[in-house]
Design a binder for this molecule. Structure first.
Ligand code: SF4
Ligand code: SF4
Length: 287
């Protein structure tokens, strides 16, 4: 089984639009949206949920009100200022890190640690194949754990269905969800844009892919908006021994297709669509 991860060092490079087109071009695959903090692949692929599931991770403290004597010990012990006091202790869910100190030292055993429901994950059908996606609730942590979890679900689904390709929409940046996305992938297709920040963030994400020994390929979106910067990006890739295998031109058809909710490759006349078809062909050859 092969896993292709599409990532970008920064947001707004057109990564998810590209994944939408790859979803339409690739045969027989499972799709995964690993951008669990700000998932938006579903906006493009209009998924029809097969199942909706709770994601639980870590613990939060809860006060058992009728056991609390109001001694105030826990308020002073909490290093995260998550406990206030109003006759009894009250815990702020968003502030609680689940360290367990309050529960350990409460003289009345009035604090319990409960599993934290911090998001949802979904198995859905789309016009282009099954999609595993997820949404972390606001302010919740463990995005890397959720990414690892949904990738596992996607692998199991692929194995059960005899599917040998997984296409993953990764999170932007180089944080925990990106690191979790990179594990076990064969190839990372990095989408960048011809700006100074695009080059800077590309370098960071290539460092990360190199660290995890994942083959990286690069494409420059809207390359013709700044041809000199595109050349600089491709030179930086060459200096690292990373292949820059494609350029996608600026094309109003991309926005028009997004408004219609269809991948740009559905537009036969679009120059961007033609560039994406060529990129997909090159990626397949290299995988
Ligand atoms: S330490 Fe226990 S008994 Fe004391 S205020 Fe906190 S929860 Fe209540
Ligand atoms: S579990 Fe830790 S972070 Fe949460 S309220 Fe208790 S002491 Fe504070």
């Amino acid at each position: 089984m092969k896993e292709l991860l599409v990532i970008s060092g920064k947001g707004g490079t057109g990564k998810t639009s590209l994944v939408g087109s790859l979803a339409a071009l690739a045969d027989n695959k499972v799709l995964v949206d690993c951008d669990v903090d700000a998932a938006d692949l579903h906006l493009l692929l209009a998924p029809r949920p097969r199942s909706t599931n709770e994601f639980r991770s870590g613990v939060k403290a809860r006060v058992v009100a009728d056991q609390c004597s109001g001694c105030g010990v826990c308020v002073d012990l909490c290093q995260f200022a998550a406990i206030s006091f109003d006759l009894i202790a009250r815990i702020n869910d968003l502030g609680c890190e689940g360290c367990g100190v309050c529960a350990h030292f409460c003289p009345e055993q009035a604090i319990v640690l409960e599993e934290n429901h911090c998001g949802s994950w979904f198995l859905s059908d789309t016009d282009y194949g099954p999609l595993v996606h997820a949404q972390l609730f606001a302010g919740e942590e463990n995005s890397g754990k959720l990414v690892s979890f949904i990738k596992r679900q996607a692998r199991e689904l692929a194995e059960q269905s005899g599917i040998d390709l997984i296409i993953i929409d990764g999170a932007p940046g180089i944080g925990c969800p990106v690191i979790a996305s990179l594990s076990n992938v064969d190839t990372a297709l990095v989408v960048t844009e011809p700006t100074l920040s695009g080059l800077h963030d590309l370098e960071r994400v290539l460092d990360l892919a190199g660290h995890f020994k994942v083959q990286a390929l690069v494409c420059v979106n809207k390359w013709d908006l700044h041809p000199e910067m595109t050349a600089s990006i491709e030179a930086a890739c060459a200096a690292r021994g990373v292949e820059a295998l494609g350029r996608i031109p600026f094309d109003p058809a991309v926005v028009a297709c997004q408004i219609q909710g269809v991948p740009v490759v559905s537009d036969e006349q679009s120059p961007a669509a033609e560039a994406i078809r060529q990129i997909w062909h090159s990626v397949r050859v290299r995988m």
